[in-house]
Design a protein around this ligand. Structure first.
Ligand SMILES: [Zn+2]
Length: 330
């Protein structure tokens, strides 16, 4: 399926609702319309006044093109949904509901909020399955203090939340040596979670939930990570004793992720309340993990199930990593 690489292309591909419907039905039924009731694969009848409905030519049951997707039973034109999903998946670094409302030209804030909410529901799943498990690579794990909006409490850390993060790290062959900080390392998928504290329970629990067993896991020397060797991981603890250079050398990728996450939260959402932080972590994770796959992201957001395969770990490194990543600075 063609997917727009630019705004003019988007306008060419999706000029109106009918174009969106045809695109949607081509994704859902790549081998031709299949009736959900009788299973017949045959060219359906179409109504000129209801282009979103396809009628089975055998059993005459009506099927909605949007059923089972984020757009099911919507009154908002499909072109608005497509535009919304495209905005969320393209290079724009995320949006508030107000920005969204303006961009989509919607009269009501509530409509923008609902669309955004439904599309974001498609982002949660990406934070579920475990990363790592590739014997050539390793996973960096660390934790960071986030947030802590303080008002009238003086300086210092108040109301801060701890976020644990894990990122796959692949070594790139034939590095240009232009970027010393990353020195030949490429980030794969990421997992982020709010944790209650920096205890062994919390951090080992995070590693267990986020990383496949047997993975090589690099952490700093914090005692709470000592247990992961007993849990089936190959642990590499770097005793940095607060030395920034040592940590930078051994955990550059997860620190890059954390610093991108912080700028994203500050710049786009002007800080986020602790209560909603995990939802934003999910969105960050979704965007990060699909930064080379806008079409996959687009489909996930619209909730379009199709036979198409999602990006694989291997696929991430098959030469496509050179594309500008959404959140990795040049
Ligand atoms: Zn049928």
């Amino acid at each position: 399926m063609p997917f727009p690489q630019s705004l003019p292309e988007f306008q060419r591909l999706f000029p109106d609702d009918l174009a969106c419907m045809n695109y949607l039905s081509a994704i859902r039924w790549p081998d031709g319309f299949e009736c959900g009731k009788c299973g017949a694969v045959a060219e359906p009848y179409r109504y000129s006044q209801r282009p979103g409905i396809l009628r089975c030519s055998k059993c005459r049951r009506d099927s909605s093109i949007t059923s089972g997707t984020a757009m099911e039973r919507t009154r908002v034109p499909l072109s608005v949904w497509f535009w919304a999903a495209y905005l969320l998946t393209s290079q724009t670094p995320g949006m508030s509901a107000v920005q969204f409302q303006r961009q989509l030209g919607l009269k009501r804030y509530e409509t923008a909020f609902q669309i955004l909410h439904k599309l974001r529901a498609g982002m949660v799943r990406s934070n579920q399955d475990k990363i790592g498990g590739n014997s050539d690579d390793h996973v960096e794990v660390d934790e960071v203090f986030m947030g802590g909006k303080t008002r009238g409490k003086g300086s210092g850390n108040h109301n801060q939340v701890i976020v644990a993060g894990a990122v796959e790290v692949k070594w790139r062959k034939g590095d240009s040596k232009l970027n010393k900080r990353k020195s030949g390392r490429v980030a794969g998928r990421v997992r982020l979670s709010v944790v209650p504290d920096r205890s062994a329970n919390s951090l080992c629990g995070f590693v267990k939930a986020a990383v496949k067993p047997s993975s090589l896991v690099v952490t700093d020397g914090w005692y709470a990570y000592r247990g992961i060797g007993m849990m089936g991981y190959q642990p590499v603890a770097i005793p940095a004793n607060g030395d920034v250079e040592i940590t930078e050398e051994h955990l550059p990728m997860i620190h890059l992720v954390f610093s991108n996450l912080k700028s994203w939260l500050l710049g786009i959402h002007h800080g986020v309340s602790n209560q909603h932080l995990q939802a934003y972590l999910n969105e960050f994770t979704f965007r990060f993990n699909r930064r080379f796959y806008p079409f996959s992201a687009f489909r996930s957001l619209l909730g379009i199930a199709s036979g198409a395969t999602s990006p694989t770990y291997e696929g991430l490194y098959s030469g496509e990593w050179q594309h500008p990543g959404l959140l990795i600075p040049k």
